[in-house]
Design a protein around this ligand. Structure first.
Ligand SMILES: *Cc1c(COP(=O)(O)O)cnc(C)c1O
Length: 459
């Protein structure tokens, strides 16, 4: 019997036309972009998998909310709608709006890290790490070692290594650690989930040592769906009940609403403690705007209030994770290697295994991203040595543990036929893998080079 993959729990009311360039036109466009996908114009891309952040499609109800958004400076109706929606999901009493995830980090982390030296997380997302460091502290990752093995199956590859956490805290001194952070799902490990059991154990370790415990909640709804599938004691719970279990006893959270709240812009901070919230409000007023709008238009706040609820709908999540599973199953059939099991928001193709003849300093994951564009107009990105960059001391290229080409799937945007195009493109590329060449950098800025570096194929 053929397994049924759950299809879209929506129908399409409004469409956005896509241009399909010829192979020759794509060759010209990518050469003109100096073989850097960030320099391509979006109009020249057929399927854009650069990121799932802020790229989702809003529902008719969210668009209706845009029309009733209240643009009052203080005390707008949309502000109250958002408070109600967020408190319902997170069960924390104090919610602050900000304009995106890194704004939440900019407001909250310096408060938690004042006079401290370290933040410890399962894994810090790039912007979280940057804001920890801007606050004068060091960001330490403490993920379970299963996360590093791309081929082996593990239910919760995103988990904190609690044993190591205990010893790290002892070694660094509890008084020096400002916050323990749990990123759910664990984005940097490939969108891998974290269990309720592990969240609670981590929370208890932090609290035992008098350290604040924070959740980075960008993809907490996708994480809750994985918990329902994989953690026995929650198989009969609703997504909201699981979220309440995840947030129980948590001191604070940040959220980039551009992910699981299915809006194009927005962010949240949640606090349990009134004193912490007062400090958050003061910094929000300085950096983001008055507390009841926090850098957002009323119409966007209304869309966010509604998107938060749509993002926890189980039929939607089944379709969402189902898209990843569908694409992963097609790759399994064709024996194309990727980080297993597939995560919640992207498929991370293992370019090191697919293109073993290209060494790390010739950027196999970047080479695969360029082939995907040439083959079918698909835009993916390198999460490997090209992204990692050079050693700041020696100036030499660093070798990444992984060479991933990330296929991030926007929410409610592409159909199953689009996923077939992606799988078919990878299959064609695999057939001619041996002939694919690596790249070298001809020009690069000193930091965050992957956005603007210029490359050329190596003969
Ligand atoms: C995207 C993201 C952020 C930062 O959010 P922005 O809205 O892009 O500023 C922080 N943490 C995680 C886990 C994310 O995925």
């Amino acid at each position: 019997m053929k397994q049924i993959y759950y299809p879209e729990p929506f129908r399409i009311k409004s469409v956005e036309p896509l241009k399909i360039l010829s192979r020759k036109e794509r060759e010209e466009k990518i050469a003109a972009a100096n073989y850097n996908v960030f320099s391509l114009a979006a109009r020249d891309v057929y399927i854009d998998l650069l990121t799932d952040s802020g790229t989702g499609a809003m529902s008719s109800d969210q668009w209706a909310g845009v029309m009733v958004g209240d643009e009052s400076y203080a005390g707008a109706e949309s502000y109250y709608a958002l408070q109600k929606s967020a408190q319902d999901i997170f069960s924390l009493p104090y919610i602050q709006l900000v304009h995106q995830g890194r704004a939440a980090e900019k407001v909250l982390l310096p408060i938690l890290l004042e006079g401290k030296k370290y933040a410890i997380a399962n894994m810090h997302f790039d912007t979280t790490r940057a804001h920890v460091e801007l606050a004068g502290a060091r960001a330490i990752d403490c993920v379970v070692k299963e996360a590093l093995d791309t081929a082996s199956y593990c239910d919760f590859k995103g988990n904190m290594d609690c044993e190591r956490l205990e010893s790290l805290i002892k070694e660094l001194g509890a008084e020096n650690v400002g916050v323990v952070i749990m990123t759910i799902t664990n984005n940097s490990a490939g969108g891998q989930p974290v269990s309720v059991e592990n969240i609670r154990q981590t929370r208890d370790i932090a609290h035992k040592h008098g350290i604040k415990f924070m959740i980075d909640a960008a993809r907490c709804a996708e994480n809750a769906y994985f918990i329902k599938q994989r953690e026995e004691s929650y198989k009969n719970s609703s997504i909201k009940e699981i979220l309440h279990a995840c947030f129980e006893g948590v001191d604070c959270f940040t959220m980039s609403a551009k992910k699981d709240a299915i809006v194009n812009m927005g962010g949240l901070i949640g606090c349990r403690d009134k004193a912490l919230f007062e400090a958050v409000k003061q910094r929000t007023i300085s950096f983001e705007g008055f507390v009841t709008y926090g850098g957002m238009s009323g119409r966007d706040i209304e869309a966010l209030a509604r998107g938060l609820q749509e993002g926890i709908d189980e039929n939607y999540l089944r379709y969402r994770i189902g898209q990843m599973e569908y694409l992963a199953a097609r790759l399994d059939e064709a024996e194309i290697p990727y980080q297993r099991p597939v995560g919640g928001h992207a498929v991370f193709v293992d370019a090191k295994k697919l293109l073993p003849h290209i060494p790390y300093y010739r950027f196999p994951a970047q080479a695969l991203a360029i082939e995907l564009y040439l083959e079918a107009g698909i835009r993916a990105c390198d999460i490997g040595s090209f992204l990692l960059g050079n050693d700041p001391d020696t100036g030499k290229q660093l070798e990444s543990d992984f060479e991933f080409t990330r296929l991030a799937i926007p929410r409610r945007v592409y159909t199953q036929s689009h996923l077939d195009v992606i799988a078919d493109a990878l299959i064609n590329i695999k057939e001619r893998a041996g002939a694919i060449k690596g790249y070298e950098i001809v020009e690069e800025p000193p930091i965050l080079r992957h956005f603007t570096a210029k490359l050329r194929p190596v003969e």
